[in-house]
Structures are given as structure tokens and as C-alpha cells.
Write a protein that binds this ligand. Structure first.
Ligand code: DGY
Length: 326
């Protein structure tokens, strides 16, 4: 019997993919820092029983349709907006993601970004390295307090709740907005549910952690930024396209909000000439929410286990399109 064929779209450590090699032939795109070109992904999808993809790979209906033997796409990320889920379900292809293993790591980064933006950490570090420190002065690089302020979390999933837990440690007043109310989380975290508009108007820190869907695309638009306090700090650690970047740029330049901390962008990677990167009140990171060695290793291992499970006819641990089970 021929062994199944698995294609991995980035170079991953051999010892991590070794368990898949016990049951399948494995090919890997040879680079860890260059995205697999679409034509290569298309050709591989045509042959593959399983794909291990990154959140930056577009797995649309054309790719899924071409994958005549494809049984599973294991995506290395909790988000799966890069994959056409209805098309995968239509073709009977399981889609798996990597929730839970990255929750605390992503919440840590989100809170670090909030602190860095509020306290101007990046600007201050740059300042001292450029030899600009001439004397102590009362308002030198003075930022905004975080403790005892109001945080508004948009998207109260597991990562949102983990951010709320960190905010509670800073004695923050916690507001949240979500598609559905979570009374258990409210009690556990001391969080208050409110409408999107109420949150925008009341929060000192507006933190976006909502997944990208048809409904959330550009939900942070000029109208939303106008509703925020002029002193508000906006943090985005979910997906860039939840934000209308032109509207954000205008809001920052016109002083409608005070600052932004961004880990994600509508089109990644962005170049150094991106308008948002020209602003001193923007702290920008290259989509590193879950990027610790420990967590990225766990994400890779989970992808491998999911692929093995599907190829062995078992239930994968973290199936996205659960309708396939019915
Ligand atoms: C995710 O898990 O969706 C992240 O954005 C990838 O690090």
C-alpha cells in the first residue's frame, strides 16, 4: 500500500515532524522565512493527503478543489481566516487549528504591547540609543498610566479572557464586547459586558482580539475611532483586516486617539514605508503574538498530531469544521 503524502509549507525542525514520517512521506518547503509560492502550494495540494499550513498561506477553494486526495489541512495558528472553511467542508477536508496551546503566550504579548505603547517603551529605548538623553526632566517621555484605567476587550474568547486576567492584576476596570455574553467569565474576571459603542466611548485601552470574519472586517473604522476618547490607546493582536488602516492612520494623525500598538496588519508583511510605521505614537510588531520557542513548538506538535490522527482515521484534537463529524 502506498504511504500517504504530507506537504509542510515551511521548514520545521526534523525531530518535530519525525512522528509523521513514521506513517507518511513528508516534503517540506525548504525555507522558514520565505512563504511558499502559490503555484508550488497548488502543485503540492494536488498530490497531498495532508497539508500543514501557516496562517500566511491562502488556502482557498481552488487549492482545496485541486486536492483530490486531501483529507486534512492543519493550520499553525488559532485563526483560520486564511482557509475557505465552507469549501473545505464541501470537499470533506478536515481543517484543524491550534487553540489553547497559545492562549497565555498571546495574552502576554498583547499586554506587553499595551504596556509598551502606554509607557512609550520602544520610543524611549530608541531615544537613549541615539544619544538624546541630556538630563532628567519632569515630562521626559511621559506616557499614560495603565493601572486603575479602563480596558475594553473586543472579542472575549480564550485569549481575551487571559488578557482580562492580566488586566485584573493591574487593578483595571474591565469592559468587554463579544458576539455572545459570557456570564461565567464576567463573574470569574470581574468583567462587565457592554455594547461595542459603549466600550469605545468608555475605554482608555481598546484591545482588539476578535477573529476576522465577514462581520468583523473593518469594524474599527473612522466612525469607531471617532467614538473613542482622544486619550485612548488602541491595541490590535488579532488580524489586521479587522481595522481600516487608513482610518486608523487618520485618527492617529488628527489626534482622535492617542496611540496604537499593532501586532498585525491587513497585508503582511508590511514594508518600512507603511504610513503607520512613520508615526512615533505607533508601536508595531511583526505578528509575533504566539512567538515563543515553547509555544511555537507546541503549535507544530499539535499540527502533527492532528495530521496523524486524520490519516489514521481518528478524530483530530482540534477540528474547526465540526460539521464533518455529523
Ligand atoms: C494565530 O494563532 O492565529 C496567530 O495569529 C499566529 O501566531
Amino acid at each position: 500500500m502506498t504511504r500517504p503524502y504530507v506537504f509542510i509549507t515551511r521548514k520545521l525542525p526534523d525531530h518535530i515532524v519525525a512522528p509523521i514520517k513514521e506513517i507518511a512521506e513528508v516534503a517540506m518547503w525548504p525555507y522558514d522565512d520565505i512563504q511558499v509560492p502559490r503555484d508550488v502550494l497548488m502543485n503540492e495540494a494536488k498530490k497531498a493527503d495532508a497539508l500543514l499550513t501557516m496562517v500566511s498561506d491562502v488556502v482557498d477553494e481552488e487549492i482545496l478543489e485541486a486536492g483530490k486526495s486531501l483529507k486534512v489541512v492543519a493550520n499553525m495558528g488559532v485563526g483560520f481566516d486564511n482557509i475557505d472553511i465552507p469549501a473545505a467542508t464541501k470537499h470533506g477536508i478536515a481543517v484543524c487549528n491550534t487553540p489553547d496551546v497559545l492562549t497565555d503566550t498571546t495574552a502576554d504579548l498583547t499586554f506587553a504591547l499595551l504596556l509598551a505603547t502606554a509607557r512609550r517603551v520602544v520610543e524611549a529605548a530608541q531615544w537613549i540609543k541615539e544619544g538624546k538623553w541630556k538630563s532628567w526632566s519632569p515630562f521626559l517621555l511621559a506616557g499614560a498610566d495603565v493601572h486603575h484605567k479602563t480596558i475594553g476587550i473586543v472579542g472575549m474568547g480564550k485569549i481575551g479572557q487571559a488578557v482580562a486576567k492580566r488586566a485584573a492584576g493591574f487593578d483595571m476596570n474591565i469592559l468587554y464586547h463579544n458576539r455572545s455574553r459570557n456570564k461565567e467569565a464576567e463573574q470569574r474576571l470581574g468583567a462587565t459586558y457592554c455594547s461595542f459603542d459603549e466600550l469605545l466611548e468608555a475605554a482608555d485601552f481598546v484591545v482588539c482580539l476578535t477573529p476576522l470574519t465577514k462581520e468583523t472586517r473593518h469594524m474599527f473604522n473612522s466612525e469607531a475611532f471617532r467614538k473613542m476618547k482622544r486619550s485612548a490607546i488602541f491595541i490590535n493582536a488579532s488580524r489586521g483586516a479587522v481595522v481600516d488602516e487608513q482610518a486608523l492612520y487618520a485618527a492617529l494623525v488628527n489626534g482622535e486617539i492617542a496611540a496604537a500598538g499593532l501586532d498585525v496588519f491587513e497585508h503582511e508583511p508590511i514594508g518600512a514605508s507603511h504610513p503607520l510605521l512613520t508615526l512615533t505614537n505607533v508601536v508595531a510588531l511583526p505578528h509575533i503574538g504566539s512567538a515563543t520557542k515553547e509555544t511555537r513548538t507546541k503549535m507544530m506538535e499539535l499540527c502533527c498530531r492532528n495530521i496523524i490522527a486524520v490519516l489514521e482515521g481518528k478524530r483530530p484534537e482540534t477540528l474547526v469544521n465540526k460539521e464533518l463529524e455529523r
